[in-house]
Design a binder for this molecule. Structure first.
Ligand SMILES: Cc1cc2nc3c(=O)[nH]c(=O)nc-3n(C[C@H](O)[C@H](O)[C@H](O)COP(=O)(O)OP(=O)(O)OC[C@H]3O[C@@H](n4cnc5c(N)ncnc54)[C@H](O)[C@@H]3O)c2cc1C
Length: 414
């Protein structure tokens, strides 16, 4: 595949953009592959990419029942940070964040990584204590964060109201190298690189069954026929419970809808990401000028991609208190995604009771930031049967009581 470059852009400008190749192929499914990845979201595509790049395994198919990146990867608010509390989380999220720094160059695809800084507001004494503790834990983990004063918050975000009324800003946990990236581009960049390595990305191909011989995976049945495989990686976020059911095991995850909305575009007014976990809302400004707003997850299990009125109202009302200027804006669009939540709010990257079948799920409201690190770890697990980054996230932890409690770091979405 030809590389994207400034010269290619100039050349195509001169010939009416007629020479671009398709970014990825659209092959018919083969009869079998070494590895089948179910789910062409960011995590599935990154898994395939690192299988090829780190382990030379390229006889791989990535199957999706819809279009690639059409799940949560294309529906999220793109926050990237690694300021988690527990050591295994800090390790995998920081690995992901550091891979994001150079991902555009790695993939030869501009994913628009913008390390503009992320702050998590402390609006209660409890949060002040929690975030100071996280800042100290992060210092030990080698993750650069610091606790900042209300005056510094105001300096970084002039449009914020730090005086309340109900929840004054008492400080914030600040990660300067955290930020955002363009979500579609992450999926597209990985897809293009996978296709370039000869992998098959097969869209409109729903997995409807899992076949095994002697306790070992042998094939998946799909709406486009049966596809044989030596190993399978299930990476389907909100549909993980359904796929696990097909493979004959149960998962400790619940699926709920999480929603976001954007305002009409306005002139640049905020160049960092702000999360207000007490009032349940978070905010950034897109390159187009829209205010990108997210809130909490639905309180009941469901598979809708809409979200509920209750949350729109709650989120906008909450953010209006902290950002009064938002009350003057019209909202343009609202959407939802089906997220998969575990009890300890940490992911599962694990072998399963079925031989050769691996699962990567439970990223809940905050897995976009983890895509490169998660793909890296999942590829290693599939290729070698073991991954230091994934070890603590095995399914066994729920049976053995080894929870990785991230309910503070992931208390609100992201
Ligand atoms: C509104 C919202 C805001 C969010 N904000 C953030 C944020 O700011 N920062 C952050 O880090 N995270 C955020 N997240 C979470 C993040 O989007 C997800 O954790 C992440 O995108 C999950 O990626 P994935 O590849 O695992 O899943 P997905 O992108 O959902 O991909 C799974 C794929 O599996 C496919 N699939 C399902 N069933 C089958 C089947 N039977 N056969 C074949 N294919 C199947 C689906 O079609 C889908 O394409 C947010 C999520 C939402 C919904």
């Amino acid at each position: 595949m030809k590389r994207y470059s400034v010269f290619a852009i100039a050349r195509e400008a001169l010939r009416q953009q007629s020479g671009w190749e398709r970014a990825w192929g659209s092959p018919e499914p083969a009869t079998s592959y070494d590895v089948v990845i179910v789910g062409a979201g960011g995590h599935g595509l990154a898994t395939a990419y690192y299988l090829g790049k780190n382990f030379g395994i390229t006889n791989v198919a990535v199957l999706d029942k819809g279009w690639l990146g059409g799940g949560n990867t294309g529906r999220n608010t793109t926050i990237i940070r690694s300021n988690y509390l527990q050591d295994p989380s800090a390790a995998i999220y920081e690995k992901a964040r550091s891979l994001y720094e150079t991902l555009s160059q790695q993939l030869n695809y501009n994913i628009m990584f913008s390390p503009r800084g992320v702050m998590m507001l402390a609006q209660t004494e409890h949060e002040v204590r929690g975030y100071k503790r996280t800042a100290r834990a992060n210092a030990l983990q080698g993750v650069e964060t610091r606790y900042i004063s209300p005056a510094e918050v105001k300096r970084l975000v002039p449009i914020i109201n730090i005086d309340g009324p109900r929840y004054p800003v008492l400080g914030a946990l600040w990660q300067a190298r955290a930020g955002t990236a363009r979500h579609d581009a992450v999926a597209w960049g990985y897809a293009r690189a996978c296709s370039d390595m000869g992998m098959h990305i097969i869209q409109n191909c729903e997995v409807t069954g899992v076949e095994s011989v002697g306790g070992q995976i042998s094939a998946v049945t799909t709406t486009r026929g049966t596809i044989g495989c030596k190993k399978v990686g299930i990476v389907v976020a909100g549909h993980s419970g359904q796929l696990a059911d097909l493979a004959g095991f149960r998962l400790p995850v619940e699926s709920v809808s999480l929603q976001a909305l954007v305002s009409e575009p306005i002139k640049p007014c905020m160049d960092v990401v702000v999360m207000a976990n007490t009032v349940h809302g978070y905010l950034s400004q897109s390159d187009k000028g829209e205010m990108v707003i997210g809130g909490g997850a639905d309180h009941f299990n469901n598979y809708t991609q809409r979200g509920s009125w209750m949350h729109i109202e709650e989120t906008v009302r909450a953010l209006n208190e902290t950002f009064p200027m938002l009350s003057r804006l019209k909202m343009l669009r609202q959407w939802g995604g089906i997220v998969d939540m575990t009890g300890d709010r940490s992911p599962i990257i694990s072998k399963t009771p079925l031989g050769g079948c691996f699962i990567n799920c439970g990223w809940g409201t905050g897995g976009f930031k983890a895509i490169p690190g998660s793909g890296w770890a999942m590829a290693e697990l599939i290729a070698k049967g073991h991954s230091p980054l994934a070890e603590a996230f095995s399914m066994d932890r729920f049976r053995e009581g080894r929870f990785i409690d991230e309910s503070v770091a992931a208390g609100v979405a992201h």
